[in-house]
Design a protein around this ligand. Structure first.
Ligand code: ATP
Length: 361
């Protein structure tokens, strides 16, 4: 088992694209770590640079405290699962799983026992003699994982491991992967562009944009306190409301009232915010909708439309021209045109610098 230590890492392609642009991060021993970000943000390049399939232009990669920045991929002690699984079509499942051992000239009897043990761990019993073409997508994905695990790397690298599966299989495979990682305790880095997948699986998430790290934290941290408006926009199945506002009382820090279109919201800040134009961040799940009068800071508006999300509805309220989303239990869905009031607990209202987009609270 091993941790990964990345320092000042940059990977520049020959065409000049700085796909990874000055990154520092540490992955702890045994951690399940997600690289998350939109298409083109550099997450696959970072994974491939850790694996040694791309060459770092600047900085260092250490695995288990050893500097592997210039080490061949085969000698880094990493096992990688590719997005398309990269199975050998002419080999059986058993031969696919034990291929890395064959390359290392491990004896046939040992290989057979590793194949049967790993197949057991990954629920592939009974499929060892089949060819990849005779397997479902989910089974192929598990063979690719089995091959990576059987190679006994110190670190497991997964590039969008669930993206080739349909929605239902994907949920099943997600649970399976989480349990497997926990049981094996192997340090795992996985790439995904799916924020729900990262939130569900990872111990910690690195959110990337344009080759840079925008936030590093637990799923709870990145969901509840996005460090900037980029992360706020990216995380959450219903997007966070980001509303332009102005702090009305001339205070430096502490409890403040922010005036926004349609009314005001309470907030707390620990940095000097007097005379700062802000963006107020509030998740639809943390707003309360009522048709009653309320005292204290609140937003007033008219229901524009409601979308059914299953047990919840996402209601869009027009607050003086600014559209604000709020989730309500499906049975409480108000009709379009209803005049409503929205309130939020002070602990859930985030303030971002309007210019830089960085968190002020
Ligand atoms: P996706 O989710 O779409 O796979 P990603 O976040 O994994 O995206 P990368 O594939 O790492 O992003 O790409 C990062 C940047 O580097 C992009 O701008 C991409 O166009 C560029 N890039 C990727 N591979 C190469 C290459 N071989 N040569 C030149 N540029 C590349």
């Amino acid at each position: 088992m091993a941790g990964i230590d990345i320092e000042g890492l940059a990977t520049v392609y020959p065409n000049g694209v700085r796909a990874v642009d000055g990154l520092d991060l540490q992955v702890a021993d045994g951690e399940f770590f997600a690289l998350l970000g939109p298409s083109g943000c550099g997450k696959t390049t970072l994974l491939r640079t850790i694996a040694g399939l791309e060459t770092a232009t600047e900085g260092t990669v250490r695995i288990d405290a050893a500097d592997v920045t210039r080490t061949d991929p085969g000698k880094r002690g990493v096992a990688m699962v590719f997005q398309d699984y990269a199975l050998f079509p002419h080999m059986s499942v058993s031969e696919n799983i034990t291929y890395p051992l064959k390359v290392r000239r491990v004896a046939a009897a040992t290989r057979a026992s590793v194949a049967s043990r790993t197949a057991g761990e990954l629920s592939l019993d009974g499929l060892l003699e089949r060819k990849p073409g005779q397997l479902s997508g989910g089974q192929q994905q598990r063979v690719a994982l089995a091959r990576a695990i059987a190679s006994e790397g110190k670190v497991l690298l997964l590039d969008e491991p669930l993206s080739n599966l349909d929605a239902r299989l994907r949920l099943e495979a997600r649970t399976f992967l989480k349990k497997l990682q926990r049981d094996l305790g192997i340090t795992t880095v996985f790439v995904t562009h799916d924020q729900a997948e990262a939130l569900a699986l990872a111990d910690r998430i690195a959110v990337m944009e344009s080759g840079k790290l925008r936030q590093l934290g637990s799923p709870r941290e990145v969901f509840a306190r996005p460090a900037n408006t980029f992360v706020a926009n990216f995380i959450g199945s219903t997007p966070m409301n980001l509303i332009p506002g102005r702090i009305t009382e001339p205070v430096d820090q502490g409890d403040v009232v922010v005036s926004v279109a349609g009314g005001s919201l309470p907030a707390t800040t620990f940095v000097a915010v007097a005379d700062v134009e802000v963006t107020v961040g509030i998740r639809p799940e943390y707003l309360t909708l009522t048709t009653n009068d309320v005292s204290g800071p609140a937003l007033r508006g008219t229901v524009l439309v409601a979308e059914n999300l299953g047990t919840q509805s996402l209601v869009t309220v027009d607050c003086d021209g600014t559209l604000v989303g709020v989730t309500v239990p499906e049975e409480d869905e108000p009709a379009a045109g209803t005049a409503v009031t929205l309130t939020a607990p002070v602990s859930r209202v985030l303030l971002y610098d309007r210019e830089t987009g960085e968190l002020l609270t």
